[in-house]
Design a protein around this ligand. Sequence first.
Ligand code: AMP
Length: 325
Amino acid sequence: MTTNKKRSLTGLKVTGNLHLGNYLGTLLPALELTKTYDCIYFIADLHSLTTQRDGNALATQTLDQVATWLALGLDTDKHTLFRQSDVTEVTEFAWYLSCVTGLGLLEKAHAYKDSLAKGLEINHGTFAYPVLMAADILMYEPDVVPVGKDQKQHIEFTRDMAGSLNALYGEILKLPEALIDERVMIIPGLDGQKMSKSYNNEVPLFCDEKTLRKKIMSIKTDSTGLEEPKTLKGSLVGDLYTYFGSVAQFDDLAGRLQKGGLGWGHAKEELFQVINEHIKEKRDRYNEFRKDEALLRNELKKGAEKAKALAHPTLNRVRHALGFR
Ligand code: AMP
C-alpha cells in the first residue's frame, strides 16, 4: 500500500447473505475502484450489532464476506480487506468524536429519523452509528469515500466531526471527500420492490444453481396468455436481464416475446441462464475459498495488521493532542 494513488474506503455490514443487489450496487463498483485507488474495504461487524442478534450468524457471515471478496478477485496484497472489530481502537476514537458531536447533529441523521418515523425501537448504537462511521473513515485517512447520492449526509457528518476536533486541537484530522455515484442503481427484487433482506425478495449471490432457478422462476409477472405479445422492456424480468445479458441477447429475447407464443416462464428460464452464466465461475471460486477457513482467517489476520499500521499514526496524533501522553 505504498503507492501514490489516492485512498478510497468502504465498509459492508454483515446482516445476512449477500444478494444480487449488494453485488451490483456495491461489490462490483468497489472492485472497479481498485483500478484507480488504493482501496480499504472493511467488514462492518460492529455496525451490524445495532440489528444483528445472532452471534453465530455474525461469525459465519463474516467469513462468507471474506470468501466473497476473494472470489470476486479483490487483490488483498495490493489493497486492504479487514474486519472492523479487529481494530478495537476505532471504538476509542469514536468516543473522542462523541465528545465533540452535538446531539442536534445526530438527531438529523436519516437512519435515526426513519426509525423514529416508523416507530421502531431505537438503541443507542443506532443513534450513535454516525460517530462510529466517522471514526472508521477518519482513522484510515481516505481521500474519498464512495457513496450514493442519498448517503452524502454520512460524509458531511464525518467532515463536521473532524472539523470540530481540528478547531479545538489543531489540524490533526484529514477531511475526506464524498465520491458520489450519480447512477445510484437500485436493483429490484423478486416482487419489484428494492431488493432487500427486509422485504424477503432477494436473490442470494452465491446460492446453488437449483435455488437460483427456483428464485428466478418465482419473479412476479402478469397473466398475459402464452400466445399474446409481451414487452420485455420495462418488465421486472427485463430490468434484471439488462444487468446480466448483452444488448444483443436482450433484443433477441424481446423480439421473440413481442411475436407472441412465448410465455413469461420461458423468459424467466432465459434470465436464469444469463445470471447463472455470469455467476457460475465466481460461485465455484467462492465455494473453494469458503471451505478453507484457515485461509480466510489468515486473510483477516493480514488485513488487521495492515489496517492497524494505517490507523495507529492517526490515533496517536489524536491521543497526543487530547492530552493522553
Ligand atoms: P444492506 O445489505 O442493505 O446493508 O446494503 C449493503 C450495500 O448494498 C449498501 O451499500 C447498499 O447501497 C447496497 N444495496 C443493497 N440493496 C441494494 C439494491 N437493491 N440495489 C442496489 N444496491 C443495493
